[in-house]
Design a protein around this ligand. Sequence first.
Ligand SMILES: Cc1ncc(COP(=O)(O)O)c(C=O)c1O
Ligand SMILES: [Zn+2]
Length: 382
Amino acid sequence: MEKMRRRSVQTPFLRCAACTRTYDLGDPVWRCACGGLLDAVASPRFDPDAITRRPPAPWRYREALAVLGDPVSLGEGMTPLLRAEDPRAEVFHKLDYLFPSGSFKDRGAAALITHLRAIGVRRVVEDSSGNAGAAIAAYCARAGIACDIYAPAGASRGKLAQIAAFGAALHRVPGTREDVASAAWEAARSSYYASHSHNPFFFQGTKTVAFEVCEQLGWKAPDALVLPAGNGTLLLGAYLGFSELRAAGVIDRLPRLIAAQADACAPVCEAFHRGLNEPVKVEKRETLAEGIAVAGPVRGGQMLKAVRETGGTMLSVSDQETLSALRRAWGAGIYIEPTSAVALAAAERSLKEGLSGTVGVVLTGSGLKATEKVVQLMSHEP
Ligand SMILES: Cc1ncc(COP(=O)(O)O)c(C=O)c1O
Ligand SMILES: [Zn+2]
């Protein structure tokens, strides 16, 4: 029986978080037969000498990625780690908005689509507030895989245009973000669900942010990493990456993960401060931070556990704080979209409250995605 088979951690495999049933990496599954979430289990090794001689791209960590096949690549690079001028701490900005499709989601899409091409998947379904859909559509275009992307009718026009330009079938769904997910879920019955929140292979890509930050700091973990969190693909990727580096003996402690949400939709942050193990139910309100306005994150329990295990914290910021952070970033030559500024606003508050040491802040999405919003914001005085 599948679940009785002994697994060697030398060969990566998938394990259900709910019932512990296991699957081979090449099985065309995206969730367990019981409905539970699947995670890839592996114990990668790192050879810093070999890695540093390779091209500066997430693929330099190839042996640490539990995906099959040759890379489907759009030339994604190792994103810069830029020192910020801040007298309070050694603050670095990780410029993840400099990816081929303009957001960090390319990390996950590159890994996931690489794996899917290798196992022979020919058509996928995905739902997204925009950036993950654009990333999946881009890598599907590169791989010759057909895709259907479901997105909120009111998503940024720049993101929707990008999805359509890559040749994906774009389905604009009226209603809430949850209505979009239901429509995609229905379509996935007769296709393959390349969901960034459910699919375990997406996290094999997002974990490379931890590998890169660690390598760029001279194979050391920062003291803290601040990032925005909606469905938690970046948060859980960072947690997985740093955990694997620790297990391999490259670093000896995990950085504190500081995950930021918007006041208007902070189900995980609220649960964190109430000591709960699952996100609370919230009434989502309008926010500048459209990319992280996720009321029911499927991996919310994992997000809470990850932050707690690192000794980190969660905080939620107002749109006013986000806007101030956004204007400061733009004024410093950093052209990010509003959702990304949530991490900057959270870092600002944390630094004011005494956060010190080496602090990384991940800047996740390009301002070029949100030109209309930028024009609107620029027409109002600060
Ligand atoms: C620009 C940007 N930053 C951060 C996030 C948060 O990612 P996640 O929902 O995986 O936590 C998103 C998600 O769409 C995003 O678009
Ligand atoms: Zn299961």
